[in-house]
Structures are given as structure tokens and as C-alpha cells.
Ligand binder design. Structure first.
Ligand code: AMP
Ligand code: MN
Ligand code: MN
Ligand code: MN
Length: 269
């Protein structure tokens, strides 16, 4: 079976609209799909006709100690008051963060960054990729990767700490909305093995249910390592492409056979 429980539309930092994304998923024979935009459920504002089983989802940014952690919420009730409260708070936080990033980037000679971004796009969502694009457009960076490496990635000037809700708060909101909380791309945070284990322990204690064992194209060694952790901590397994745009090397859809030996998070959807 081909499924995808992690991808982005243009309601956050993806390129395709929810309709285009679902069309693409149909062409790729995907049977179950969740659009998991960063901190927003806007992709679910319109009902889209499709034979694909659509699972309402979101990818929350959160804070665990000093580390930024992403939590995917799957099968949530988009009308949940508790969930909506967190979404509203995160939206506000995202705008405040954009103001701080813009201010910090002034040091590089980047003037009116926020205004430039806001005027160049219709949507309100602003993420670090928008600043990366601006740094490239203004010739300050040669490409996206360099922009993250030098200015926007973890520990750099454009990385604003303590902006998001705490890890346990977003897990709680997802759970209260009837959904399951999945730890997104566990190896992306570059934690030591012992720190990752501490994260998994805290994640589970706060009500986390799933581990994203596959994120996009992934080295089989990594899948093996995460599969072991998934079993050891008795998590359910989730898989997703983290697709953002068609010209990216990541493709929409994941083969469920990659986690054949684990309990899939989608079994009860
Ligand atoms: P934000 O949600 O505003 O914190 O932005 C994070 C997003 O930036 C991620 O979801 C990715 O889409 C993108 N991103 C993070 N790191 C990189 C990188 N090194 N190169 C390109 N895009 C990145
Ligand atoms: Mn993204
Ligand atoms: Mn993420
Ligand atoms: Mn993502």
C-alpha cells in the first residue's frame, strides 16, 4: 500500500495547493493521505472530492528543553477548541518570530525583509524558507542550503529560541482533539543517542503515540535504527514523504512495506 502521513501544501511552506496535492496523490496511487502543514489546518477548510482516504493532520513546531521539535498530529478533529487555541497562538508566534528574524537579518544589510516577503505573497504564512529565498534573491546567499547553514539553521542568528508551545502542550492539544501525536523525523534533530532516548521517554510520558520511522528517502540503516526504537518504546509507526514541492527530490507517497514488522499508526483510522 502507498500512504503518506506527512506532506505540505501552500497553506504553509509547500508549493502545491491542497487540491493539486491531492490530484498528485491520486496519480501516484496513494490510498491514505494526510496534509500536515506547519502549525495550520487551513488545508482542511474546503472539502475536496477524492477516492483517497484523507486524514486530517498538522505538523506542530514545539520546544523541548532548548531543542525545536516537530510533532505531527494525525486524525485530529479540526473543530476542537483546544486544538484551535494552540493553532491561533502558534500563528501569532510565527508572525512575532518573523519580526524578530527580520530585525536580526538587518545586520546583513537586509532592509525591510518582512515587508518584502509580505508584499511578494498572498498568503499570511511566513517561515524560514521565505527568509532563505530572500537571502538568495538579494545575492547574500548562493542557495537555500547556504542560507540555512549560515543564517537560519539551528544556533544561527535567524534561529529564534523559545517561541513555540512546549512539547507536552502540543501533544496534549492533539490528544484532546481525538488525534494521535507522532514524533516527526526523529533523526533530524541531531541528538546524541542518550538525548534521543530522553526525548522519546518524555514524548511517551506526555501522551505521544507514534514515531515517524520513515521520513522521505532514507538510508535503510536509519529505518532499521528507528524501527528498533519504535519497538522498544512501544510506539506505533508512521511514515511520510515530507514532500514540499514537485521540483524537490522528495516524491509524494511511501511504501507501507518499509515498516511491515511494526504496528502502523493508521491501522485504526
Ligand atoms: P519554520 O517552520 O519557519 O521554522 O521553517 C522550517 C522549514 O524550513 C522546514 O519545514 C523545511 O521546510 C525548511 N528547512 C529547514 N532546514 C532547511 C534546509 N537546510 N534547507 C532547506 N530548507 C530547510
Ligand atoms: Mn517545511
Ligand atoms: Mn518538520
Ligand atoms: Mn514537514
Amino acid at each position: 500500500m502507498i500512504v503518506d502521513f506527512h506532506c505540505h501544501s501552500d497553506c504553509s511552506d509547500g508549493q502545491l495547493s491542497p487540491v493539486e496535492l491531492i490530484k498528485r496523490a491520486e496519480q501516484r496511487n496513494i490510498q491514505m493521505l494526510s496534509i500536515t502543514d506547519h502549525d495550520t489546518l487551513d488545508a482542511y477548510q474546503q472539502k475536496i472530492k477524492t477516492p483517497i482516504k484523507i486524514i486530517t493532520g498538522i505538523e506542530f513546531s514545539s520546544q523541548w528543553n532548548k531543542v525545536g521539535i516537530h510533532v505531527v498530529g494525525l486524525n485530529v478533529d479540526a473543530k476542537s477548541k483546544q486544538l484551535q487555541q494552540v493553532v491561533v497562538a502558534q500563528k501569532l508566534q510565527r508572525l512575532k518570530r518573523a519580526e524578530i528574524i527580520a530585525k536580526r537579518l538587518e545586520k546583513l544589510g537586509l532592509k525591510d525583509a518582512l515587508k518584502t516577503i509580505q508584499e511578494s505573497q498572498k498568503k499570511q504564512f511566513i517561515g524560514r524558507p521565505d527568509f532563505a529565498q530572500l537571502l538568495v534573491n538579494q545575492g547574500i546567499c548562493t542557495d537555500f542550503n547556504q542560507a540555512f547553514k549560515k543564517y537560519l539553521g539551528a544556533g544561527k542568528i535567524g534561529d529564534v529560541k523559545n517561541q513555540w508551545k512546549k512539547l507536552d502542550e502540543v501533544i496534549c492539544a492533539i490528544t484532546q482533539a481525538g488525534g494521535v501525536a507522532v514524533l516527526a523525523h526523529p533523526l533530524y534533530y541531531q541528538l546524541t543517542n542518550s538525548k534521543l532516548r530522553r526525548l522519546l521517554t518524555d514524548f511517551k510520558k506526555a501522551g505521544g503515540v507514534g514515531l515517524e520511522v520513515v521520513n522521505g528517502y532514507q538510508n535503510p540503516d536509519k529505518t532499521g535504527y528507528l524501527s528498533k526504537l519504535c519497538q522498544e518504546f512501544e510506539f506505533k509507526a508512521s511514515i511520510g514523504s515530507d514532500f514540499h514541492s514537485p521540483n524537490q527530490w522528495k516524491k509524494l507517497g511511501c511504501d507501507s512495506r518499509l515498516i511491515a514488522e511494526l504496528n502502523p499508526v493508521w491501522a485504526e483510522f
